[in-house]
Design a binder for this molecule. Structure first.
Ligand code: GDP
Length: 264
């Protein structure tokens, strides 16, 4: 027994602990860097256009309790440890998105994805479409990760928070409309992607074509509307919470931290 315990002890010591992490994803200008800065320093500084992914170790604010620590008391070292996590900021520019996709393909201890949306931008068609395309691709990457898994249990689930930001602006859509508009626009994205595949797949045999289409179709089959609830089947719960990082009487991102806490 002793050698086994000793081995476990040494092994444990040698295993580097990776902090739970959350990926910040979303179109450029949505407010990812602002949120990161707020969480890191409690004040929002001027942000720059990010060109490289950035992982920052942060603490869950005191007024939220990590799910894993509900039975621990503040002051317990384990409680303090459980409030630590990494926020991975990913660049939002089209060409730099592969950073985000790479992290999706090989996530280490990723507890969730925070997809930041500018709720004022999605009130207009161009902004809505850009956001919906990006979100469609992120959700499809998660779906493929799930359906492509080789273990019988399926991979660990990765929930998505849609952080509907900039609620301080009067042009911002309220969260329920952000949800509706995005679901509608994503339905259109998947329709046009499917059509693109069909057009380009003329040379494939019927069977191959069918397989390909199935793999690239987000959510359930059928021609109906896409709904975020369809992602449950592939291990992803999508939640929408409104908030604002700046403006109003200061930041209001309680809903986002509460969501983080529930996955920490
Ligand atoms: P990123 O490209 O997603 O990292 O976006 P940034 O964090 O750089 O934010 C883009 C712009 O939106 C900046 O000028 C921010 O000051 C502004 N911004 C971020 N959050 C909010 C918000 O909640 N309300 C308002 N009104 N502006 C915001």
């Amino acid at each position: 027994l002793l050698p086994i315990l000793l081995h476990q002890f040494i092994y444990r010591k040698a295993t580097p602990t990776t902090l739970p992490s959350f990926l910040l994803i979303g179109p450029s200008g949505a407010g990812k860097t602002a949120f990161l800065t707020l969480t890191e320093r409690k004040v929002v500084a001027q942000t720059h256009t990010s060109t490289a992914p950035l992982a920052i170790e942060v603490l869950l604010p005191e007024d939220h309790t990590p799910q894993s620590s509900h039975y621990r008391s503040p002051g317990d070292p384990a409680y303090e440890r459980s409030r630590r996590f990494l926020l991975n900021d990913t660049p939002g520019h089209g060409k730099l998105r592969h950073f985000a996709t790479t992290q999706l393909a090989n996530p280490t201890n990723v507890r969730g994805i925070i997809f930041v949306v500018d709720a004022a931008t999605v009130a207009e068609e161009a902004g809505l479409n850009e956001t919906a395309e990006y979100l469609h691709d992120v959700l499809l990457a998660l779906q493929k990760r799930y359906t492509g898994a080789t273990t019988s249990k399926g991979p660990k689930e990765i929930p998505v928070l849609i952080a509907a930001n900039k609620m301080d602006l009067f042009t911002a859509l309220p969260p329920h409309l952000v949800t509706q508009q995005l679901e509608k626009a994503i339905s259109e994205v998947r329709q046009s992607r499917a059509k693109g595949l069909k057009d380009s797949g003329a040379a494939l045999s019927g069977e191959e074509e069918g397989l390909d289409e199935e793999r690239e179709w987000l959510g359930e089959g059928g021609e109906g509307n896409f709904e975020f609830g369809q992602m449950e089947e592939v291990g992803t719960t999508v939640t929408v919470h409104g908030g604002h990082v700046i403006g109003g009487d200061g930041a209001d991102v309680k809903g986002w931290y509460e969501w983080i806490a529930s996955h920490l």
